[in-house]
Design a protein around this ligand. Structure first.
Ligand SMILES: NC(=O)c1ccc[n+]([C@@H]2O[C@H](COP(=O)([O-])OP(=O)(O)OC[C@H]3O[C@@H](n4cnc5c(N)ncnc54)[C@H](OP(=O)(O)O)[C@@H]3O)[C@@H](O)[C@H]2O)c1
Length: 285
């Protein structure tokens, strides 16, 4: 028992509602990331969110094998591992090789969830934070998703998913695809509630997972996300805060009531303001 409840997706798969985000800026040294992931597993985290873009796949993979070696978990299957396809690999012929590279870097035989990181395509090449205008290419949802479907059929990923997809992009994908995305991971927090997108996803059996869920408001934002029925992947590389973030699943609503009632009206009133980090889904429509 880890104290973190699971949530059931319409695909039938269950994922822990709270995951551990592993993106850091500036990028943390690999030994730091590996060490905090081991701490997280020790505390009870069983859902790890990584991506080729974050350069955290290597340290996450080392932490997983170390956790098995130390007996913190009996096998990798106790974990739920998510990774993502970056835009430089969002080309029909490059999706499978990118997944193989991700699996090799993680040292894993399969991923639980594999997400198209952004509905965008860049010229194939090195993954860097800054992208040049001339590297931007038209994104072809149909052929990219076809290649993602192949990854799932080959058993290399349990479920294929997307991230930063608007309802418009999801509609386009659903009209072409034979497998529906299990999850849409989007920026979401009390001040950026994604109500319309969440309604659209609910109607289409797509689970919403919230990234950057804290928004500078600490655990109260996580409790809000918990009560919306979404999963969420806060990042903390601080053991105390990792623990605090887990607590929100344990405490009853009543113990949050006082603080919650003070802020809930503000959450309601400000739910449709702009996302703070400015890489929100609505921007990429
Ligand atoms: N799909 C996408 O496009 C996408 C985009 C962005 C992020 N993500 C995923 O989402 C994860 C989280 O996103 P994020 O890092 O942007 O935002 P976040 O999790 O909302 O915020 C992280 C920040 O909050 C601090 N923090 C953590 N717990 C706290 C607490 N209880 N009280 C106060 N501060 C706390 C962290 O510092 P300490 O580390 O010092 O605790 C860090 O500075 C990423 O790691 C990544 O896995 C996905």
């Amino acid at each position: 028992m880890t104290g973190i409840p699971d949530i059931e997706l319409s695909s039938g798969c269950r994922i822990p509602v709270l995951g551990m985000g592993t993106a850091s800026g500036p990028i943390a040294p690999p030994e730091v990331v590996a060490s905090v992931v081991i701490d997280a597993i020790k505390l009870g985290y069983r859902h790890l969110d990584t991506a080729s873009f974050y350069q955290s796949e290597g340290p996450v993979g080392r932490a997983i094998s170390e956790a098995v070696r130390r007996g913190l978990i009996t096998s990798r299957s106790e974990l739920h591992v998510t990774s993502k396809l970056w835009c430089t690999d969002a080309h029909h012929d490059l999706v499978l090789p990118a997944l193989h590279k991700t699996l090799k870097t993680l040292g894993l035989g399969y991923l639980d969830l594999y997400l198209i990181h952004m509905p965008g395509r860049l010229k194939h090449g090195e993954i860097t934070f800054a992208c040049k205008q001339e590297d931007l290419l038209p994104f072809d949802i149909r052929t990219t998703w076809e290649a993602m479907e192949k990854c799932q059929r080959l058993g290399l990923v349990k479920f294929i998913c997307v991230s930063n997809f608007s309802s418009k992009k999801l509609s386009e994908l659903l009209s072409h695809g034979t497998i529906s995305p299990a999850v849409n991971q989007v920026e979401m927090r009390p001040y950026w509630q994604q109500k319309e997108l969440r309604d659209f996803c609910a109607k289409n059996g797509i689970h919403v997972s919230a990234y950057s869920p804290l928004g500078g408001k600490g655990t109260i934002s996580l409790r809000w996300a918990f009560e919306q029925g979404v999963s969420f992947v806060p990042k903390s590389f601080n053991k105390g805060r990792m623990k605090e973030n887990m607590e929100i699943c344990r405490r009853s609503v009543a113990s949050h009531k006082e603080r919650y009632s003070q802020v809930s009206m503000w959450f309601h009133l400000m739910g449709n303001t702009k996302p703070w980090l400015n890489y929100g889904t609505e921007i990429i429509s």
